[in-house]
Structure formats: structure tokens, C-alpha cells
Design a protein around this ligand. Structure first.
Ligand code: G6P
Ligand code: MG
Length: 216
């Protein structure tokens, strides 16, 4: 078995732990709408765009809103979210991330970010990773969010590497599906009961290594 030519990382929940911040901000909107919204519900929003997430929350509560109202909720959600993430520092990089990226670089494996988030540039800058990756594709550059494979296929294209030579690292159900639909191998980062469709699952990146990549 050989090593892949590239690793494409999801951002939220893989590189930085922004999942609680997304939850707090969405929960504030759901509370206003009297829609019950649990952390498990939030799990299903991971990887979806901001607007798609809002639509899912409305669907959960069987509530209909106009396009303008939806835009207002998503803007206010994002204001709460940005307030939290603007305080992030390099300390907020998840355990194992920097070591694993260094191992990839030492072995000539390209690295990219493939995220649905339009806040990707802000987050990467805040945690000091804005010049770390060979390519970045985020929510500002795609038309279809995960589970559509567009974000990962664009990442592979930017790197000039074939999809089948890329491995995706993902914490979202929608992200694992996007990787598979893009013809890429996928390492699930998190809970095996949620990420069963991934080729291999690690609890976090401290458990990630080149041996796992080689065996995919
Ligand atoms: C990531 C997160 C989602 C979030 C999406 C859009 O995929 O997992 O929870 O909704 O990005 O993020 P944004 O920062 O653009 O609102
Ligand atoms: Mg994620």
C-alpha cells in the first residue's frame, strides 16, 4: 500500500472545535422560534451551509418563514457565531492537528482545507493557520455544500491531484458522504456510531498517523 498524494481537511470539528459555537448560535435562533433543538439535531447540520442549516431548523419545527426572514435569522446567527470565533487563538487548534500536518509535510503529502464555512479565512487567521495549507476551498467558493462533493473536488483540482489520490478527514455525516461521492477515501474523525460510512474512524487527530493512511 502506498501513501496518498494529498490530505484534504474539513475545518470545523477537525482542525478547530467550533461545533459548540455553531450550536450555541443556532440554539439562540431556535429558541426564538420555539423550536426544540438538541446537540443531536446539531450533529446533522455539520457540513451544511448556513442557509441550509436554517432551513433544516425550520423543518424540524415545521415552521415556514419568508426569504427575508430566513436571511435575517442566518445573519443574526452568524453575528453571534463570529463574536465567539473572533476570540479564538492558536490554543484552539485541536490536539494532534499540528503534529499530523507536520508528518504530512515531512513526507511530501499535500494539504488542503475543504470547508463549507464562509468564515474559513477568519478562523484560519485567528488560529495562525492561514499560510499552512497548499490549497483552501471554502463556502465562499462553492455552489453546492456537502454532501455534494464539489468542495473536495475543487480542493483536489487546486492541488492538481486526482480525487482517488486524496484522503479526506471529516467529522460530519454530510462530509463523509461528500468524500465518498467524490471518489476519495475518508477518515472519519469522531464517533463511530455517527461516522460509520467512513473507511476508517479515529476519535481525534492524536490517533492519526501515516500507517493509517497507508492502509486505506
Ligand atoms: C461547516 C460547519 C457547519 C456550518 C457551515 C457553514 O460546515 O460544520 O455547521 O453551518 O460550515 O459555516 P458558516 O461559518 O459559513 O456559517
Ligand atoms: Mg466539520
Amino acid at each position: 500500500m502506498s501513501l496518498p498524494k494529498a490530505c484534504i481537511f474539513d475545518l470545523d470539528g477537525v482542525i478547530v472545535d467550533t461545533v459548540p459555537a455553531h450550536y450555541v448560535a443556532w440554539k439562540a435562533m431556535a429558541d426564538e422560534l420555539n423550536i426544540p433543538f438538541s446537540e443531536e439535531d446539531n450533529e446533522h447540520l455539520k457540513g451544511l451551509s448556513r442557509t441550509e442549516s436554517m432551513l433544516k431548523i425550520l423543518e424540524l419545527g415545521n415552521v415556514t418563514k419568508s426569504e427575508n426572514e430566513i436571511a435575517d435569522y442566518t445573519t443574526r446567527k452568524n453575528n453571534i457565531y463570529v463574536e465567539i470565533i473572533s476570540k479564538m487563538t492558536p490554543q484552539d487548534i485541536l490536539p494532534g492537528v499540528l503534529d499530523f500536518i507536520q508528518q504530512l509535510k515531512d513526507n511530501g503529502i499535500a494539504t488542503a482545507i475543504g470547508s463549507s464555512s464562509k468564515n474559513t479565512p477568519t478562523i484560519l487567521k485567528a488560529v495562525g493557520l492561514d499560510t499552512t495549507f497548499d490549497a483552501i476551498v471554502d463556502g465562499n467558493q462553492v455552489t453546492h455544500s456537502k454532501p455534494d462533493p464539489e468542495v473536495f473536488l475543487k480542493g483536489a483540482a487546486k492541488l492538481g491531484i486526482k480525487p482517488e489520490e486524496c484522503v479526506v478527514l471529516e467529522d460530519a455525516i454530510s462530509g463523509v458522504e461528500a468524500a465518498k461521492r467524490g471518489g476519495m477515501k475518508c477518515v472519519g474523525v469522531g464517533d463511530p456510531s455517527v461516522l460509520g460510512a467512513a473507511d476508517v474512524i479515529v476519535p481525534d487527530l492524536t490517533k492519526m498517523n501515516l500507517g493509517i493512511l497507508r492502509n486505506l
